[in-house]
Write a protein that binds this ligand. Structure first.
Ligand code: ARG
Length: 465
């Protein structure tokens, strides 16, 4: 493919240098944005009288034919091309002749590539938010279904206090809601048009950047040309958002792995999302959750690589910045797959509420409630705490739960014990009495579930506008 930039140099580059320089392998996925961007550019140039109207018509028709042929697979992207921008422009000129040579007036590949990437990532952010919403919905349905299913809540991975499964799932919903809001913020800063800032300094042509931005559906126009061609904050922000999102998915995966282990057996994943072992016939492995946990590492790596690429770059465009696309694309693809597979796993899991309850019954999770009970009878908390500790120690020696201690024995510890102690230390009651705002109680779970639904509705309404 002939080089469009032969000017000062002969263009007789080494083949290895051409391969090394080329980005078409990965930037060809932006062909639609590149073509739509070019069509808008031609329209703006004609409106401003910079190129003749009939030339713009030929350019736009030619670009549409290229888009159609690429979509239908009739036209193949030349792997020898330097990048997608060069490829489209040279095919256009082959197809329509002289008029094609007018397209690159009042722009540069530096503003073009940044604008293409912004357009491309705006779509990807929308699909990421769609998948995040889906995951939250699935979690919310399970939280609704298992409101009142008691399980051990942990601190330091030691059984701590009884909670309802709904509370545990809702905790993850809160994380993913924050991810959603971060993605939405990043969208705002991605949604800014930089086309028309040219190589670095703007242009002498009487362009209308606002008009071109409107044609392409951008909400705002960047203010400084040098910043416009050298800014990749929007990519780094997205990578940051996705790193945090993956961290959340990875924590949830870790829980899934614990819960599906033989030691816990709190849930069972559908066969559709597990694998067997090639040697051990009894095995059912939660490979998908392990892979989500593992893929988190590569998304962090993507963030680190782009931060490192950018850290020493002087203004304005530098070729180093061609290294932006692979990590961003990789992180987006990875996060989309992980969101999707996690939603499927959670939606199709079987919950063993009986096992969760049984686990909650072992480990004296109601010891705090025993102390609280004594407080309601007038004992100061610190004394109640100490007495409860003594009772738990005695029970552990006998190998019995707090519920199995006869009332007479309780009374020998303290005369204020009454028949109502059994109700006070009943596990479901213990969880349900934690009715402080945001607590684990059924009422609080109901409040949270409704709030999540409202937030998702708000999000959808805003997204449709
Ligand atoms: N392929 C390049 C990139 O991805 C396009 C911009 C090239 N600009 C230049 N002046 N060589 O960054």
């Amino acid at each position: 493919m002939t080089k469009l930039w032969i000017g000062r140099t002969s263009g007789l580059t080494d083949r290895k240098a051409d391969d090394f320089n080329s980005s078409v392998r990965f930037d060809s996925r932006m062909y639609r944005e590149d073509i739509e961007g070019s069509a808008a550019h031609a329209e703006m140039l004609a409106k401003q009288g910079i190129i003749p109207a009939d030339a713009a018509e030929q350019i736009i028709a030619g670009l549409h034919s290229i888009l159609k042929d690429l979509d239908e697979g009739v036209l193949e992207i030349d792997p020898e091309a330097e990048d997608i921008h060069m490829f489209v422009e040279s095919v256009l000129t082959e197809r329509i002749g002289e008029a094609g040579r007018m397209l690159h007036t009042a722009r540069s590949r530096n503003d073009q590539v940044a604008n293409d990437l912004r357009m491309y990532l705006k779509k990807e952010i929308r699909s990421l938010t769609g998948l995040t919403v889906k995951l939250i919905e699935v979690l919310n349905e399970q939280a609704e279904k298992y409101t009142g299913a008691v399980m051990p809540g942990y601190t330091h991975l030691q059984r701590a206090q009884p909670v309802f499964f709904s509370q545990h799932l809702l905790a993850y919903e809160m994380m993913f809601l924050r991810d959603l809001s971060r993605l939405k913020d990043t969208y705002v800063r991605t949604d800014e048009s930089v086309i028309g800032t040219c190589a670095l300094a703007g242009t002498t042509y009487p362009t209308d950047r606002k008009f071109e931005a409107d044609l392409l559906g951008f909400s705002s126009v960047s203010l400084n040309s040098m910043d416009s061609v050298s800014d990749r904050d929007f990519c780094i922000e997205l990578l940051g958002d996705l790193s945090i999102l993956m961290m959340h998915l990875s924590r949830l995966s870790e829980e899934i792995l614990l819960w599906t282990s033989w030691e816990f057996r709190f849930i069972e994943l559908s066969d559709a999302f597990t694998t067997g072992s090639s040697i051990m016939p009894q095995k059912k492995n939660s490979d998908m959750a392990e892979l989500v946990r593992g893929k988190t590492g590569r998304v962090y790596g993507d963030l680190m690589s782009l931060l490192t690429v950018m850290k020493g770059l002087p203004l304005a465009y530098n070729k180093d910045m061609q290294e932006d696309k692979e990590p961003v694309f990789d992180a987006v693809d990875t996060a989309k797959m992980c969101l999707d597979i996690t939603a499927e796993m959670i939606g199709s899991m079987t919950v063993h509420a009986d096992r969760m309850k049984q686990a909650a019954q072992e480990g004296y999770l109601n010891a705090t409630d025993l102390a609280d009970y004594l407080c309601t009878k007038g004992m100061p908390f610190r004394s109640a705490y100490q007495l409860s500790g003594r009772i738990v120690r005695d029970c552990m020696e006998k190998g019995i739960p707090l519920e199995a201690v006869p009332l007479a024995d309780y009374r020998s510890y303290d005369p204020s014990f009454d028949e109502d102690i059994y109700e006070a230390i009943d596990l479901v009651n213990c969880a349900d009495r934690r009715n402080s705002f945001g607590g684990t109680s059924k009422e609080s779970a109901g409040m949270q579930i409704r709030a999540v639904k409202e937030k998702l509705n708000e999000f959808r309404n805003r997204d449709e506008r």
